[in-house]
Design a protein around this ligand. Sequence first.
Ligand code: SF4
Length: 332
Amino acid sequence: MNINYILSKSKDGNILSREELIYLLGLSPDSVETYMVMAEANRVSKELSDGKAEVHAQFAVNIAPCNCGCLFCSFAKINGVFTQSTELSPEQAISYARQFEIDGANAIFMMSTAQYPFEKFLEISKEVKNSLKATTTLIANVGDQSLSNAVKLKEAGFTGVYHALRLREGIDTYLSLEARKQSILNFKEAGLEVGTCVEPIGAEHSNQELADMIEFTASINPAFSGAARRISIPNTAIAKRGMISELRMAQIVAVTRLGMPRSVKGNCTHEPCSLGAIAGANLFWAEVGANPRDIEAKTEDGRGETVKSCCTIFQESNWEVLSGKSCYYNHK
Ligand code: SF4
């Protein structure tokens, strides 16, 4: 394969084939060719988002040991990180959401662990929605849902959801691949826009697996796709498999961009970093409260970035940041 041919295909507006994605993923992360791929992905992302990146901000309504067994998650009961359940009061949830709004987040994400009672999530969501400006974009990050629950999320005022088919779903998690896919279909049928990602990437994932997941995310025409590495939770079995470098993650985020149709404007990476931004990531997350990649109950005391720090990373990487509501969501 020829790198110049592949990049010219992208410049002509074409989506790369699975074989081409695998070829690009197989290049050395610090090769000239990978830097060319990153530059092309940056060019495409800037063209699609008019040079304006976005910062979305997430808070969790609860922490609880979860029975879904996702090996990479600090909430998973099997990892033994969090043994007690706590949840936010509606006032605390409103306070987090309003602060994000004041900070200028382009979308606000409300997350719960998968087994948090859905009706309770809806109740607190409605209170949060009523406390925010009508123009603020609210996104749900919850477990698998039926079509009727997806409709309830839409009726509660959510614009969209975040939902991912995770790498090795059903092997490194107790969840079913089909249930994850069906939930995505349910969300879309209910009129919710779906943001997703190739995640959580570890050292063990092959280029073929990554290419297959890039193609899956492309197939659902999401609000955004992207790539995020797995953060090792200390003393867990999966931590022994190793973490990829930020540079490798940047390479994958660039290749993901080139595997997406141009209708997908957003290309996320997590955790925020300038290497990702120069490789075509135009979406970062700020986080407060519980975070499945952190062992601190309040991630603002740990790994979590703020809206301001995300903006700074983008600006240092030669990106402007959008002011106002998300264009990745709200694009219908
Ligand atoms: S990722 Fe979600 S479903 Fe999996 S263990 Fe964590 S909270 Fe539960």
